[in-house]
Design a protein around this ligand. Structure first.
Ligand code: MIC
Length: 645
């Protein structure tokens, strides 16, 4: 029985445990990625380890989220990151140089290596044959410090691709098809591995798109083979020497299995407000569109943008519609300019923005009330755009371009009536300009870190008490995303390095009084449904509630990264043994958890809790290591304990 590719890479990197799905393993990390919104906190956490220089093969710090400088805060954070990067041996990708995922693919990714990134879309690097995993900032900080990364050994979900995509259909439609079939929970606890003859028909950037949005399936990672297409992309980047071939064994097996005939995939669109609310574009044709945005975290590559340029060439954007382009990197922008695409966009009436995440994380580009916005972004969780009750749809660049021309949702295959399918390919040789990347000096010892007033020291948390007596501060439903727990956007993101300040925004959209109530009550609990904490890797969705006194979250199930983040900051992630018990708890109830410390320490799985007069059984699925962290009051406390014996 042969090995699949994910297993091969895991085997090569395994430092603890056995590759048995469900068991805890630890893997060696070769590269790390931080972006600025998660990076300031992660950098502070790295500093707390006291290690003078990063111990991974390559560490990169991107500034791509907090690009608006409306006061000192973001600029202060950038100065902090730039100087800390120099001091600790980290490559810095400066503001305007692009989105971490695209730039990492272009300049740093190496096939067959592991990449741990403080961003859930880190698996974009699947396009490069990397095993890339999104994690909380603290996990990445510890990987930078040379610690292995612990995770639950995932199942490997093999997706066999056959056939070839039809004109006007692209990688985005493939991942939307998977989301349609398997939902936002379908990948939890799994690595998605694409294999079969259809893979060779997909470019590195189409694979990157599919990898990026594997995060929307809840998957731990996504893996693609490293083949001639990977080599072509690396050679076009002038980095051909890092290529190596990586394939699954011919008789590889998978824990789960699905198959997609690429020739049968049609243009798809995710409707408000979940990435798995997917229908064929044809089904909602004619819906008036007010705004279109192409680019940001995903679908911001040369091929994607140039496809849009070619559609718009010699045409005008439909009246009344605003059409935005957010290039994935300066390199993409330079190459689009060199191929004449920029002029096509400008003459068509498009708005071209600087490379970065921008509206994808609610940094500007919010739609107006009741407006329909079509975006090639990966997420459309409620309110993420910055507008309450927003109507955000997710689609391919082809579908976005068709809406730009017709002003209404249109199956992009109808563009054939106006022009031949452009079939844009990535260039054989990109224009490469690394002036936006600042390499670290050989010795950063003398570099002084600039710490502005927005950088507030990391809060300290006490150890787990013997018993908890808490009030349920909020009860929420299924699939609550970290955008609901800890919103992003222009108003909130600048506080990512200031936990006391950012904690005021926890659950702001769902319940504006949450933060005040939680702080007033002292210790508290949150009750949730299935897949609680899906979406981003932002550890602030655990750290800020913990700061407000949340000690326990009880849910029907948790999303992977959020669950780890909860443990990292000493919040107990308890799961209802009987999901029906969810209905027996309401907001305002008092919960007592006797012998909690003892039960956590002893390895007990069942943790009985008392609600009013009744008893409910909850489960604590946690490894020995995680239990130590919970008892210590969080991962940093437990690392400090270990280091001081
Ligand atoms: C996202 O798409 O939600 C982000 C912005 O990339 C986040 C990171 C963040 O919240 O800082 C992610 O996916 O992890």
């Amino acid at each position: 029985m042969g090995d699949n590719l994910a297993r091969k890479i895991l085997k090569e990197h395994l430092v603890e445990g056995e590759l048995v799905p469900g068991r805890e393993i630890a893997i060696r990390i070769d590269q790390t990625l931080l972006q600025d919104a998660t990076g300031t906190m992660a950098m502070l956490e790295f500093m707390a380890t006291g290690i003078p220089r990063v111990k991974v093969g390559l560490a990169a710090q991107y500034v791509d989220h907090n690009l608006l400088q409306t006061d000192n805060k973001n600029a202060d954070d950038h100065a902090f990151l730039a100087t800390a990067a120099q001091k600790f041996g980290v490559y810095l990708s400066k503001p305007g140089n692009g989105v971490s995922h695209q730039v990492h693919l272009e300049r740093f990714g190496v096939p067959g290596t592991t990449l741990l990134g403080a961003d859930s879309h880190t698996p974009t690097a699947a396009g490069m044959g990397q095993l890339a995993i999104g994690a909380g900032g603290l996990d990445v900080a510890l990987a930078m410090a040379g610690y292995p990364f612990h995770l639950t050994c995932p199942k490997i979900f093999g997706v066999k691709l056959t056939g070839r995509l039809q004109p006007w259909v692209s990688g985005k439609d493939v991942i939307l098809e998977l989301l349609r079939r398997h939902t936002v929970k379908g990948g939890v606890g799994k690595i998605m591995e694409y294999y079969g003859p259809g893979v060779a028909t997909l470019s590195a950037t189409d694979r990157a798109t599919i990898g990026n949005m594997g995060a929307e399936l809840g998957a731990t990672s996504t893996v693609f083979q490293s083949d001639e297409n990977t080599r072509a992309f690396l050679e076009a980047q002038g980095r051909g020497e890092v290529w190596r071939e990586l394939l699954p064994d011919a008789d590889a097996t998978y824990d789960e299995y699905d198959e997609i005939d690429l020739s049968q995939v049609v243009p798809l669109i995710a409707c408000p407000s979940s990435p798995d609310n997917v229908v064929p574009v044809a089904e909602i044709e004619g819906l008036k569109v007010d705004q279109v945005i192409v680019g940001s975290s995903v679908n911001s590559s040369f091929r994607d943008l140039m496809t849009v340029c070619r559609v718009l060439d010699g045409r005008r954007i439909a009246p009344g519609l605003s059409f935005h382009i957010n290039p994935g990197s300066r390199q993409v922008l330079e190459n689009v300019v060199a191929h004449g695409g920029f002029m096509m966009l400008l003459l068509a009436g498009g708005q071209v923005h600087q490379p970065g995440c921008l509206g994808c994380i609610g940094m500007g580009q919010a739609p107006g009330t009741n407006q329909v916005s079509l975006r090639t972004f990966p997420r459309n969780f409620p309110g993420r755009s910055g507008t309450k009750e927003d109507r955000v749809y997710l689609c391919s660049p082809e579908t976005a371009a068709a809406a730009g021309v017709f002003g209404v949702v249109t199956d992009p295959r109808k563009l054939s009536e106006l022009l031949p399918w452009p079939d844009v390919k990535n260039p054989d040789r990109y224009l490469v300009d690394d002036s936006g990347i600042q390499p670290p000096p050989e010795d950063g010892g003398l570099v002084e870190i600039v710490t502005g007033p927005n950088i507030v020291p990391f809060p300290e948390f006490p150890a787990l008490p013997d018993q908890l007596d808490v009030e349920v501060i909020i009860k929420v439903g299924d699939n609550i995303s970290t955008d609901t727990i800890m919103p992003a956007g222009n108003k909130v993101l600048p506080f990512r390095s200031n936990i006391p300040a950012i904690s005021k925004f926890v659950f702001e959209q769902a319940d504006p009084e949450f933060a005040e109530r939680a702080a007033e009550k002292g210790d508290g609990a949150v009750v949730g449904g299935e897949n609680y904490g899906q979406g981003s890797s932002r550890e602030h969705a655990a750290l800020a509630p913990r700061y407000l006194g949340i000690r326990v979250k009880i849910a029907k199930s948790f999303a992977r990264i959020h669950r780890s983040n909860l443990i990292n900051f000493g919040i107990l992630p308890l799961v209802f043994k009987d999901p029906a018990d969810y209905d027996r708890i309401k907001q305002g109830d008092r919960i007592t958890i006797p012998r909690l410390r003892e039960l956590t320490q002893s390895g007990a799985t069942e943790i009985p809790i008392q609600v009013g007069g009744a008893q409910i059984v909850t489960l604590l699925h946690a490894s020995e290591r995680e239990r130590r962290e919970l008892v210590a009051g969080g991962l940093l406390n437990s690392v400090k304990e270990e280091n001081h014996g």
